[in-house]
Design a protein around this ligand. Structure first.
Ligand SMILES: [Zn+2]
Length: 362
């Protein structure tokens, strides 16, 4: 097996620095607000996952709680209201509504409550937490967490599926090893299904790891009872949906909806697609989500929300807000639609996917 000591390449460093520099420059010069006139829409959905006191402990993953607080302060100072997903949708029908940001947290981490909720309370900012069943009952293949655990705890990783042995005794090499293994799975999500023996060989217990980091049933119930928190659906198994047949997609999403509704004793109206667009194929999943009776569904495509999206809100864009470099500028620029503008090379500010039966929806 080839032995490698992973390094963060100059190209990766440069890309991150350019992105952070562009956000900072656009926001400090006010150009993000000019772009926002066309791309900013009525408001924005922001995406987070875990919260941490230091992203060094998670090899750069998640959002530091200090950054989260700074982002909320900056959004408030920019004149945005913090609203729920339902209120966001309502405001799309109201041209006179104030600009808004709606917070969303994926996967159901304990840190959403332990670290983020006290900050949310200071800003009266609600959030929707999208929870897969497998995260709560500890049956999930949370490969992204297990790869991180490997990188954190091992100085040598025999990454047999990739055909390499990764030497990672330094922080820098661990960070780079995790980035390299994660990117390898994202290239082909079916690779995530074959990592069980790798984790077992290196002593990583998936249920114990998930138990340490994710809310349990009592935690999800308590969270949903809090006035600032709503629980949303995020599939049963958190697999990439494009790997599944239509019946399997409907079962993976529908069973999660029913599980959460039984647990919470109320309808669950919002859904987030695991991994976003790389894991979904066209509008197939959105059709299924609509037929299952959700009020709305969110992707990981950057961009803001526009009134034309309100009629069939099943592929709503959502701005990633957890970046380690220049996080406040990144969130403000993202809320103004800057990353949609850049991703489309200043093309249309939003898409309205054509769904079957769209005319039935009012
Ligand atoms: Zn997820």
């Amino acid at each position: 097996m080839l032995t490698l000591t992973p390094k963060v390449t100059a190209k990766v460093r440069l890309k991150a620095a350019v992105k952070a520099g562009v956000s900072s420059l656009l926001v400090s010069s006010g150009v993000d607000r000019l772009i926002g006139r066309r791309y900013g829409g009525q408001g924005v959905l922001l995406m987070f996952h875990e919260f941490v006191t230091s992203t060094r402990d998670t090899l750069g993953q998640g959002c530091s709680i200090a950054d989260f607080e700074a982002i909320l302060a900056a959004l408030k100072a920019s004149g945005r209201d913090f609203v729920t997903c339902d209120e966001a949708l309502r405001r799309l029908h109201d041209p006179a509504a104030r600009p808004f940001a709606a917070l969303t947290f994926d996967d159901g981490y304990r840190s959403n409550i332990d670290l983020a909720l006290p900050v949310m309370q200071r800003y009266s900012a609600p959030a929707t937490i999208f929870v897969p069943t497998g995260m709560v009952d500890r049956s999930i293949n949370a490969w992204w967490l297990a790869l991180r655990e490997l990188a954190l705890t091992c100085d040598t990783i025999d990454m047999e599926p990739m055909g390499v042995r990764l030497q990672c005794s330094s922080f820098e090499a661990k960070h780079a090893a995790l980035d390299c293994m994660t990117a390898w799975v994202w290239q082909d999500f079916s690779r995530a299904l074959d990592l069980g023996s790798l984790f077992a060989r290196h002593g990583v217990s998936m249920p114990a790891l998930v138990d340490r980091l994710a809310l349990d049933e009592a935690g999800v119930q308590a969270a949903d009872r809090h006035p600032l928190i709503e629980i949303g659906a995020h599939t049963t198994t958190h697999r990439a949906l494009r790997l599944l047949s239509p019946d399997e997609v409907a079962a993976d999403i529908g069973e999660n909806k029913r599980y959460l509704e039984t647990l919470l004793g109320r309808p669950v109206g919002w859904f987030a697609y695991p991994y976003g667009p790389p894991s979904i194929g066209g509008t197939r999943e959105a059709e299924i989500v609509r037929k299952l009776g959700f009020r709305g569904a969110v992707t990981t495509d950057p961009g803001a929300l526009f009134p034309a999206q309100a009629a069939a809100p099943f592929l709503l864009p959502r701005q990633n807000a957890e970046v380690p470099a220049a996080p406040v500028a990144h969130a403000l620029a993202g809320a103004n639609g800057v990353f949609r503008a850049l991703a489309t090379r200043f093309g249309p500010p939003f898409d309205v996917p054509a769904l079957d039966g769209q005319g039935d929806l009012t």
